[in-house]
Design a protein around this ligand. Sequence first.
Ligand code: NAD
Length: 360
Amino acid sequence: MISMTYNIALLRGDGIGPEIVDSAVRVLEAVGEKFGHEFKFTPYLIGGAAIDECGEPLPKETVDGCLASDSVLLGAVGGPKWDNLSGEKRPEKALLGIRAALGLFTNLRPAKLYPALKGDCPLREDIASGGFDIMIVRELTGGIYFGDRGYRTGKYGEEAYDTECYSRFEIERISRVAFETAKKRRGKVTSIDKANVLETSRLWRKTIHEIEKEYEGVTCTDMLVDNAAMQLVRNPSQFDVIVTSNMFGDILSDEASQLTGSIGMLPSASLGDNTRGMYEPIHGSAPDIAGKGIANPIATILSAAMMLRYSFSLMDEADCIEAAVDKVLNDGLRTADIIGDSGATPLSTTEMTDAIIARL
Ligand code: NAD
């Protein structure tokens, strides 16, 4: 086995951020020991913690440190202490800044319903019973959120407009991520658009099928976004990889995440042109439970597993973490947010982390 050293920038952030990032670090250290890799961690300030220390949410040292790292693990930022600051100075501003600095144009968001947690799924039992495992690939730096916008005077007086624009280059780039991702999974891509109305969607559809020809063994079908919103609640298990634009991905990934029951379970990855990515749970800093030691660390631990898979190509190591999470859930262990009707005694953040490490 080849032993490698990986340099990971740690952005603990605010609220429960430090607690859950430290859990993920312990899991990575245990995996490193088991498989013979060294993970080196360097902490940098971000969000409210950075405002308190240096007066700005994203210090240059943090950006430079992340750029010099092999990958970035982020907790969460924000909290009531900084809520009254103006836009530019808010902790959340750091997230956009660091994504832009690292050139992250893809957001990968898995929505997986663990059979052990199917009681938490809001869907009917016959739909939820088989579980589902979807990977949403969302374009992150183009489309209507970044297009030309403004106010003007129109036929009815004051009006506002936002513009959806996608280049062939941007569509090709995100298509390749989707096909590469599908190759590592069940080989099925569903491309979601609104090609019956939007010109950008017609270019999207044409381009993605051109790229599809480069990928043997992966299939790609199209689905209109309105139908996709229905299909996600009607039959989520039909999906493997979903690829879609920035705005459709924003909406559908939130819809899909709710189907899994708990926000404390869901990881995410943001990727760019190189193997360096940024990995973070989808939830926020949970100020209501910060410092109590009861946060669910699983979303961050699974984010670390995604880092192993997508940045370092350590597939067995990633599988090992994901299997350990499966095992704790199957063994009936729960943090407070995923108790549901299980009757389990809630574990603390540390106890859940220990239980996962014991099952690696
Ligand atoms: P939140 O996700 O922090 O919390 C929503 C609810 O889920 C809370 O009741 C919280 O206790 C619970 N929760 C979240 N993560 C949990 C976990 N791991 N274990 C157990 N319970 C968990 O959302 P919010 O309350 O709307 O936002 C709080 C702060 O986080 C705000 O300042 C917001 O701007 C910020 N935020 C940051 C990010 C990020 O850093 N990426 C994302 C969303 C929100």
